[in-house]
Design a protein around this ligand. Structure first.
Ligand code: FES
Length: 299
């Protein structure tokens, strides 16, 4: 497994652990808080008017009601101004004395509900957890093809003998075999490999596997039978039959995959892409006929 894959797996694990931690914090904060006045005397509780979860209710009663309630505390007394008697014969209305009483009612955390601070803490933890979970899932999705055998895994292209027969026609001209799962062209390797490929396992059973993507800006590079090379229609880069740079804005040869032959079958390791600089001399002659594209953007 490459270092890049190990890093991605590590990031995914960290992201998943982070998401679990965020949810654990959110769960802990959602639990009822312990009564901060637990164990204190009733007098101390009453003295603490700044505690959370205390609701102050104004109550208005008449003086008669106050007299009946010995525990009520009189805070403020407002007396209605005595009206001027207009007529001595009329019966004077009885004066009403209004007494305002303040009563402190202690409520539990369940009755007080979720505070604004708790709400924001939970929302923040949930958002962070969702982000980390999404990141972890995306990382695993990126690695998934390596598990299921798609691009990025080792791909069995078939028997070497069959591929060799398909890649070279009776008259000796080349027709690359395209393997869609590997996004690769299989082409015959030259009898003498360039020094820049030595020891890099890019040849097996007399075949090579070239990445279909142009190294300039990523267009798929089609095969041109008349010239016996790959010619990019986007900006005119040209490569010979084994992907060595010939012309155009491409900065290097076509990329290629590490390959091996196992039990007579050609295996393309699409998880390992090899980049090589422009070949100083071509290993295979190019062009061998007319080009398939028009004027090229020579660099
Ligand atoms: S993408 Fe192929 S030459 Fe630009």
């Amino acid at each position: 497994m490459s270092a890049e894959n190990l890093i991605l797996i590590g990031v995914a694990i960290v992201a998943i652990l982070g998401a679990i931690g965020a949810f654990a914090i959110a769960f802990k904060r959602s639990q009822p808080e312990k009564d901060p006045l637990e164990g204190l005397s009733e007098e101390t509780r009453r003295a603490d008017r700044s505690m959370a979860g205390v609701r102050v209710e104004p109550i208005v009663t008449t003086s008669d009601a106050v007299a009946e309630d010995e525990e009520a505390t009189t805070v403020e007394v407002e007396a209605e101004p005595e009206p001027e008697p207009e007529d001595e014969d009329e019966e004077e209305p009885e004066a009403v004395e209004v007494v305002r009483e303040t009563r402190v009612v202690e409520v539990t955390t369940e009755e007080a509900g979720v505070s604004r601070r708790q709400f924001f803490n939970r929302a923040l933890a949930a958002t962070f957890g969702a982000f980390l979970a999404l990141f972890g899932v995306d990382s695993l999705a990126f690695l998934w093809p390596k598990v299921t055998g798609g691009f990025g895994a080792d791909i069995d292209a078939g028997p070497v003998s069959d591929l060799s027969a398909q890649a070279v026609t009776a008259d000796g001209s080349i027709i690359p075999v395209f393997i869609p799962e590997a996004r690769a062209y299989i082409v015959p390797a030259p009898t003498s490999l360039s020094a820049q490929y030595e020891g890099k396992s890019v040849e097996g059973g007399g075949l090579m596997a070239l990445f279909q993507r142009c190294v300039h800006l990523g267009c798929r590079v089609p095969w041109c039978a008349p010239s016996q090379g790959f010619e990019c229609p986007c900006h005119g880069s040209k490569y010979n039959s084994i992907g060595e740079y010939f012309a155009g804005p491409a900065p290097r040869n076509l990329d290629r995959f590490v390959v091996e032959v196992v039990g007579g079958r050609f295996i393309i390791k699409t998880g390992t892409i090899l980049e090589t600089p422009r070949a100083p001399t071509l290993s295979v002659n190019y062009p061998q006929g007319p080009s398939c594209i028009g004027a090229i953007a020579e660099e």
